[in-house]
Design a protein around this ligand. Structure first.
Ligand code: TNX
Length: 506
């Protein structure tokens, strides 16, 4: 603010014209940036002891969650009710289908002095709107005006790696809480890798009794897995926040933990030693063995049964111990299995080599901005989720001094994470092929929730904005100002975010 006043003074303008946007609270002060914002003067809404939250029975959960959140920050009672006569000051959540502009996840927000009205076609849209509202409340006040908002891309994701170090259901829930505030709507769980297997599979029980035993994890630290009951619980918890869980079982590489548990998954039948190092690309399922496909089908069937969402991720990355011909043979068998169990196959961008991948979704993680194989598959209908490692990998260090993380794809400060266009990044993969963006967080160096938060925030906010906001709103100066304004919210919730020197934190 002081800097702005100085700038205004330098221009010789009277101080009275200091734009609204520079104030502590402004209607556009939201991450991700809304599509359209129209502030209105003298229309601020003040939350008082008599304010109510009004909604219908179908969206009671959303209203309850909003009220709980706002009570915490305003200290006001904010009862939730289905009936509030005209003059009662209210925040109304209205389900009103038929608004084509805002689609399945968008909302309209109108703030006047006596009422705040949030309208959407769907509960998902109302939930998104409540996240906007939540960010706008400061000192019990919501700035006046209106917002029309809807996402640029359908898929906005985050990924957690449970294999290198296990993360507990509590930690995963906390992460879901935080990512859903930025309208991220998918959480991809990387459930298996060379070091550990983290999901109960009834037909192959040693995957977890052996593959998730104490000491399974990088540096021999870790152990643990999600039971099916815990997994279903997470699916429900996420769904209540409009987040879809995407399960990943990585194959044909990254399977050492499975082979330790079941030596029959190797070609020579000999169990490999357990691995606690961070090397990649050394393990492969035995492509010529029918046991492999029995295993894969069992796992896919059990995982699909746990998954209400459309996507099932089958990995497919860094299969350096699988020949190219074997890789294609494997995908030719496995991609149809995902379809057989009613899911859309999702895999790392290597799956684009398979002719069957045109019905799948590929997650682009490579650091090159040209990949003819991916572009050709996209031209044939394959959808792409953009996670270029040098931009979107939350496990990369911010700079050389970052105590956690890796640096093989470079250092990623906040601006680097923000300054790219998901539909302009990869040659031949434009807006129509891009399903969305995802920010993966690999766990080789991360153990607890503080570690996760330190690497994810603030960069996850940048990736979330790229996924939601129209390209026309993309502006680093605007983003860094909104991020600075968001910092106190993380602090208040005890989120251990990285205080990037690129941001003038309040
Ligand atoms: C590469 S990215 C991997 C992971 C590692 C990650 C570390 C990808 C699809 N595979 O196995 O954990 O780098 O940044």
């Amino acid at each position: 603010m002081r800097r702005l006043l100085l700038a205004v003074a330098a221009l010789g303008l009277p101080l009275a014209v200091v734009p609204e946007a520079a104030a502590a609270t402004s209607l556009g002060d939201v991450i991700p940036a809304p599509a359209e914002v129209a502030p209105a003067a003298r229309a601020d809404f003040r939350i008082s002891p008599v304010t109510v939250v009004r909604t219908g029975p179908a969206t009671r959960d959303i209203a309850d969650r909003l009220a709980r959140d706002l009570r915490r920050v305003t200290g006001q009672p904010l009862p939730v009710t289905s009936f509030a006569p005209g003059p009662v000051p209210k925040i109304a959540l209205v389900l009103a289908p038929g608004d084509d502009t805002i689609g399945d996840e968008g909302y309209r927000l109108r703030v006047r002095r006596n009422a705040v009205t949030l309208r959407a076609n769907t509960p998902a849209g109302l939930f998104a709107g409540t996240q906007t509202l939540r960010q706008l409340v400061r000192d019990r006040t919501i700035p006046g005006g209106s917002i029309v908002d809807y996402p640029r891309f359908a898929y906005r994701g985050a990924m957690l790696d449970l294999a290198r170090h296990f993360h507990t259901p509590d930690e995963i829930r906390r992460y879901i809480d935080e990512i859903s505030r930025f309208k991220v709507n998918h959480l991809h769980l990387h459930l298996t890798d060379d070091q550990g297997w983290r999901i109960q599979i009834d037909s192959w029980p040693r995957l977890t009794t052996v593959g998730a035993a104490p000491g399974t994890g990088v540096d021999g630290v870790g152990g643990g897995f999600l039971t099916k009951a815990q997994y279903r619980d997470l699916v429900r918890y996420a769904a209540a926040r409009f987040v879809t869980i995407v399960p990943e079982v990585d194959m044909p590489g990254h399977v050492n933990a499975a082979q330790v548990a079941y030596p029959a998954l190797t070609c020579d039948g000999v169990a490999p030693p357990p691995r606690t190092d961070t090397a990649v690309g050394y393990s492969s399922l035995c492509i010529s063995s029918e046991t492999t496909y029995r295993f894969v089908e069992d796992v896919i069937r059990e995982l699909a049964a746990l998954t209400p969402g459309p996507y099932l991720h089958i990995g497919g990355d860094e299969a350096h111990a699988t020949s190219e011909a074997d890789y294609l043979t494997f995908q030719q068998r496995v991609l149809p299995l995902v379809t057989k169990y009613g899911k859309t196959a999702y895999g790392w961008n290597e799956i684009a080599q398979s002719p069957l991948a045109t019905n799948a979704v590929a997650q682009y993680w490579n650091t090159t901005t040209s990949n003819p194989t991916v572009a050709a598959a996209a031209a044939n209908g394959m959808k792409v989720v953009m996670s270029p490692a040098q931009k979107a990998y939350l496990d990369m260090k911010y700079d050389p001094a970052t105590p956690l993380g890796l640096s093989w794809a470079g250092y990623i400060e906040v601006r680097t994470a923000y300054d790219w266009d998901p539909a302009g990044h990869l040659t031949g993969v434009g807006e129509e092929s891009v399903l969305g963006v995802e920010a993966p967080l690999w766990s080789e160096t991360l153990r607890d929730l503080d570690d996760i938060e330190f690497m994810a925030f603030p960069r996850l906010a940048a990736i979330a904005e790229l996924g939601w906001s129209p390209a026309s709103t993309h502006d680093w100066e605007s983003f860094r100002a909104r991020l600075a304004a968001y910092g106190p919210q993380w602090t208040a919730r005890g989120v251990d975010f990285y205080p990037s020197p690129q941001i003038d934190w309040r």
